[in-house]
Design a protein around this ligand. Structure first.
Ligand SMILES: Nc1ncnc2c1ncn2[C@@H]1O[C@H](COP(=O)(O)OP(=O)(O)OP(=O)(O)O)[C@@H](O)[C@H]1O
Ligand SMILES: [Mg+2]
Length: 256
């Protein structure tokens, strides 16, 4: 059997008296799209923020590519190849597309044996254009600020960044929220493309048709706990809703 790319063991994260994530263990394998489901406040974003270095777990461990990982900051997780598109999309609005793709990892040109370094904007523009072309995304102009792009185009920039930096795990928190239907389809296509390139994708979404359209497996959280894990083909929307509202709980029936 293949080894998981990501292995979460007994992870707990509290905020004061509230246990947002409660003893969750979960594995994600190479080349699969897994959906992470649950009602508002179930703990989905908190769980993935522990994986991407935004939060630190209070208990439990995270293993990434077989190695125990402690990410103090998001950049530590990104350096290991974990790219995350957050619910509150983390792009710099005043910068253009190439600047966003290279954000924090800008291409530099050295002069005089490294004494003078300047940003290599030509290289960044060329690489950004190639990256987006490979994903088959059209942009009116790459040099306009991000704030003038549509939601779908912004998602595409974040995805292009993940592809360019050869993400080993892509995490997307509600990526089709606030998008028009054609743009939603584009994001789903991009998710399939990532999977076809062997990059596992964790997709957090409330949109059940998206779950059935792209995911291979899924996990449902309820009040901080994992209540089920299934192959997508082995369940249906009606059953998933039951898990999401807490009417079904595999762990409860196992304990009873
Ligand atoms: N930074 C924080 N400080 C305090 N409480 C928090 C913080 N982040 C999340 N919580 C709480 O933790 C619980 C889980 O929140 P989380 O954002 O993980 O839920 P979610 O499943 O992502 O929900 P949604 O579907 O609405 O995005 C909620 O009760 C929330 O209020
Ligand atoms: Mg959330």
């Amino acid at each position: 059997m293949t080894d998981p790319v990501l292995s979460i063991r007994n992870l707990t994260r509290r905020f004061g008296g509230l246990t947002a994530v409660n003893g969750v263990s979960w594995d994600v394998y190479p080349g699969e799209v897994v959906a992470l489901l649950g009602d508002n406040g179930a703990g989905k974003s908190t769980l993935i923020k522990c994986v991407s270095g935004v939060h630190q777990p209070d208990e439990g461990e995270i293993y990434f590519r077989g190695k125990r990982s402690v990410f103090a900051r998001p950049i530590d997780a990104r350096r290991e190849g974990i790219e995350t598109i957050y619910q509150d999309l983390a792009l710099a609005n005043n910068l253009d597309v190439p600047a966003n793709i290279f954000l924090g990892r800008e291409a530099k040109r050295s002069y005089f044996g490294g004494l003078i370094k300047t940003l290599d904007e030509k290289t960044m523009l060329r690489e950004a254009a190639a990256g987006l072309e490979a994903l088959d995304i059209q942009f009116p102009s790459l040099t306009q600020p991000i704030e003038s792009l549509s939601g779908g185009q912004r998602q595409a920039v974040a995805i292009a960044r993940a592809v360019y930096w050869q993400a080993r795990l892509m995490i997307m928190d509600e990526p089709t929220n606030n998008l028009g239907v054609p743009e939603q389809q584009k994001v789903l296509e991009l998710i399939r493309k990532l999977r076809d390139q062997g990059v596992p994708v964790i997709l957090i979404t409330h949109t059940l048709p998206d779950v059935f359209a792209v995911s291979d497996r899924l996990m449902v959280m309820h009040r901080g706990r994992k209540v089920t894990e299934k192959r997508t083909a082995e369940t249906n929307a009606q059953e998933l809703v039951q898990y999401m509202v807490g009417a079904l709980d595999d762990t409860a029936s196992a304990a009873a």
